[in-house]
Design a protein around this ligand. Structure first.
Ligand SMILES: Nc1ncnc2c1ncn2[C@@H]1O[C@H](COP(=O)(O)OP(=O)(O)O)[C@@H](O)[C@H]1O
Ligand SMILES: [Mg+2]
Length: 267
């Protein structure tokens, strides 16, 4: 059976909104549904890497892939889950932003590097750093779609204008096929009136782009990374597991007819 090879980037330049938690647990939930998943850690903080239990510094990382020192294939590691694979990150990736500044086609490096491996996977999930710099631009240029986590907190919508400006610029100049996978409400607390106000506000603003699935605040989700486990392996019956499985189901449903198209040209 053909793998669909869809590249979904998790982006928001705000820190602490649930990007990494979503990257890890969406990847693991899709893998639990026996979809072949590649998780790429594109953040020098490497929280996705440690969160799925990979301990460095063995092996190649996103840094070597980006600068062209190794192929994406060589950097892929297995994880504790049979359907989940990882390209890890480490702090070296900080240097890439500066080192690549003069490189021709510098926004296309990740896209070009992962074209050959994407076909082996159903979904490639890319976690991004909390900035709109070259690392995030590379991810958006490689992406079929972007998933935007929004925390149910004060100022939830703040900064999203800037993010959408960047997405539109990437669509115009670098990657016309870039689509919005959805806006994901995270860290929802039903007891707080504020949480419900934010849900209403985000839905009013983004309409159908907002996932039906809402990720509630769940202490188990914040504990799991320190055990190097996706939530589904840490506590299979908690709300966090249920909500990320629901998100995976929603994404599978939305992508029933997605067909991967090879790039028309290489930059
Ligand atoms: N649904 C949730 N419930 C409880 N804690 C969460 C939830 N989502 C994320 N967290 C915690 O919030 C913090 C920030 O989340 P993280 O995914 O690292 O955000 P980002 O990658 O956007 O910086 C982390 O400590 C994480 O464990
Ligand atoms: Mg993160």
């Amino acid at each position: 059976m053909e793998s669909i090879g869809k590249i979904i980037v998790i982006a928001n330049q705000k820190g602490g909104v649930g990007k990494t938690t979503t990257a890890i647990n969406l990847a693991a939930s899709l893998a639990a549904a026996e979809k072949r998943i590649l998780l790429i850690d594109n953040d020098p903080q490497a929280n996705s890497t440690s969160g799925v239990g990979s301990v460095g510094p063995k092996g190649k990382t996103t840094y070597e892939v980006l600068i062209g020192e190794t192929s994406a294939d060589e950097a892929i590691q297995p994880t504790q889950m049979p359907f989940l694979f990882l390209i890890p990150s480490n702090i070296n990736l900080v240097g890439a932003e500066v080192e690549l500044i003069d490189r021709a086609g510098r926004e296309h490096l990740l896209s070009t590097a992962i074209q050959t491996v994407r076909k082996k996977f159903d979904f490639v999930i890319i976690d991004c750093p909390p900035s709109l710099g070259l690392l995030t631009l590379n991810a958006l240029t490689a992406a079929d779609s972007v998933l935007i986590p929004v925390q149910c907190e004060y100022f939830a919508l703040e900064g999203l204008g800037q993010l959408f400006n960047t997405i539109n610029r990437v669509k115009r100049e670098l990657n016309p096929k870039l689509d919005i996978e959805g806006v994901l409400l995270t860290m929802y607390d039903a007891r707080l009136k504020l949480s419900n106000q934010i849900v209403d506000e985000v839905k009013k603003y983004f309409g159908k782009k907002v996932f039906n699935t809402i990720i509630a605040r769940n202490i188990r989700l914040s504990e799991a990374p320190s055990f190097g486990k996706p939530i589904i392996l840490y506590d299979a019956i908690c709300a966090g597991t249920r909500h990320y499985m629901e998100l995976a189901r929603e994404i599978l449903q939305n992508n029933k007819f997605f067909a991967y198209e090879p790039l028309p040209h290489q930059p």
